[in-house]
Write a protein that binds this ligand. Structure first.
Ligand SMILES: NC(=O)c1ccc[n+]([C@@H]2O[C@H](COP(=O)([O-])OP(=O)(O)OC[C@H]3O[C@@H](n4cnc5c(N)ncnc54)[C@H](O)[C@@H]3O)[C@@H](O)[C@H]2O)c1
Length: 329
C-alpha cells in the first residue's frame, strides 16, 4: 500500500526508494515486481534481508512497514545506524516500555496515521467550523472481517493474537485525540474471537469510552463482522441549541477510495457529499513534506490512550474477580 502511495507522490515529491529491507524472499519478489510496474523508468532499489546490511542511514528516511511487535526494535536499529527520520505504522508499539524507549531515540518519529489525513475528516472539521458546532459526543466504528488473517496468525506475537484495541481502534483513538485532546478511559471491554477450533482471547470485539473533559468519545470494533464498516458520527449543537449530527464514512482503502459525509440538522438531512479519500497518500505526503500533525508528541499521547484502555479493562476484570471471591467466601 505504501509503495502505491509513493508512486502517486513521485510527481510531487523528489524521493527515491533506495533500499528494500525484507527477510522473506516471496514478499521481496512481490514488492519488486510491483515496484517495476509502478516505477517502470527507474532503477530498482537494492534488496537486503537485514537492516544492518544497509550500513549508514544518516541521509535516509526509514518507513517501517513491519509487524507491530518489531516496530520498536526496528526503530532502535535504524536509529543506531544514524537514521534521523522514521515513519512508524500504527499502533506504534506494543507496550509502555517500548513507548518510553521510542522517546529516547535520537530521531524524528512520525506516526503514519492515515485517518487524520482523510478528506472525510477534513470535511467533518469544515462543517463543524461552518456551523459553529460544539461537540457533545463522537462515536467511532471500525469493524471488518479479520477472521482469515487471524486464522493465519497475521500480526501475532508468537501464538498470541493482538489485543482488539491494537488492531483497528488505534485509528479511532488517534482521531478522538486529534479532535478532542487528552481523554480519560471510563469504560473498556473486549470479547474473544471464536474460530472453529480456537479461542483468541480479547481479539474479537472491543468497546472503549473516553471522557475528554466531559465530551465522550466511544470506540467500537468487531473483527468478525462480515461487511467492513468505518465511520465517525459527531453529535453536537450550535450556540442556539440547534442539534447537528455529522456522519462520515471512510473510504475502503483498497477499493474505490470514495468517502462520504452527511450533515443532519434537527434530524433532517441538510447536506451530503462524496469525496476522493486517499488518506494514506495524504498522510505520507504530509510526513515527507514535514507538515504532519502526527509527530512524536502526537504518537506518544495517542498511543498512551491505547494502553490506558487495556489497563482499564484489566483493572475492571481484577476487581470483578475479587468481588466474586469475596461474595463466595
Ligand atoms: N494504517 C493502516 O490502515 C494499516 C493497515 C494494515 C496494516 N497496518 C500496519 O502495518 C504494519 C504491517 O502490517 P502487516 O499486516 O502488513 O504486517 P506483515 O506481518 O504482513 O509484515 C509486513 C512485512 O514485514 C516483513 N518483515 C517481518 N520481519 C521483518 C524484519 N525483521 N525486517 C524487515 N521486514 C520484516 C514481512 O516479511 C512482511 O513482508 C503493522 O504495523 C500494521 O498494524 C496499518
Amino acid at each position: 500500500m505504501h509503495l502505491k502511495s509513493y508512486a502517486k507522490l513521485s510527481a510531487r515529491l523528489k524521493i527515491r526508494i533506495a533500499y528494500l529491507v525484507e527477510p522473506n524472499d516471496q514478499n521481496a519478489a512481490f514488492w519488486m515486481s510491483l515496484y517495476q510496474e509502478l516505477f517502470p523508468a527507474s532503477e530498482k532499489p537494492a534488496w537486503v534481508r537485514v537492516v544492518t546490511a544497509v550500513g549508514d542511514l544518516e541521509n535516509y528516511i526509514s518507513d517501517l512497514c513491519v509487524p507491530n511487535h518489531i516496530h520498536y526494535s526496528m526503530a532502535a536499529a535504524v536509529s543506531a545506524l544514524g537514521c534521523r527520520d522514521i515513519i512508524l505504522e500504527k499502533p506504534s508499539v506494543t507496550n509502555m516500555d517500548e513507548l518510553a524507549g521510542l522517546s529516547r531515540l535520537k530521531a524524528n518519529i512520525f506516526l503514519q496515521e492515515n485517518y487524520i489525513h482523510s478528506d472525510v475528516v477534513k470535511s467533518v472539521e469544515k462543517i463543524m467550523h461552518l456551523y459553529n458546532i460544539r461537540v457533545n459526543n463522537m462515536r467511532f466504528v471500525f469493524s471488518k472481517d479479520r477472521t482469515r488473517d487471524s486464522a493465519e496468525g497475521r500480526g501475532f506475537t508468537g501464538h498470541e493474537a493482538p489485543h482488539n484495541f491494537m488492531v483497528e481502534l488505534p485509528h479511532s483513538i488517534a482521531l478522538a485525540y486529534y479532535f478532542l485532546g487528552q481523554g480519560n478511559c471510563t469504560y473498556a471491554a473486549t470479547k474473544n474471537m471464536i474460530l472453529c477450533d480456537r479461542i483468541l482471547p480479547k481479539h474479537g470485539e472491543g468497546t472503549i469510552i473516553f471522557s475528554h473533559k466531559g465530551v465522550l468519545s466511544s470506540h467500537y470494533s468487531n473483527l468478525q463482522q462480515e461487511s467492513r464498516e468505518r465511520f465517525i458520527t459527531v453529535s453536537g449543537e450550535d450556540i442556539r441549541g440547534v442539534k447537528f449530527k455529522i456522519q462520515g464514512e471512510f473510504a475502503k482503502i483498497s477499493d474505490d477510495l470514495i468517502g462520504k459525509v452527511d450533515l443532519y440538522r434537527e434530524g433532517q438531512l441538510l447536506h451530503s457529499e462524496r469525496m476522493l479519500d486517499d488518506s494514506l497518500t495524504n498522510s505520507l505526503y504530509s510526513i515527507l513534506d514535514a507538515d504532519s500533525p502526527c509527530n512524536f508528541s502526537f504518537l506518544y499521547a495517542s498511543t498512551k490512550h491505547i494502553f490506558e484502555a487495556i489497563q482499564y479493562e484489566e483493572y475492571q476484570e481484577a476487581s470483578e474477580k475479587f468481588e466474586n471471591q469475596l461474595g463466595r467466601s
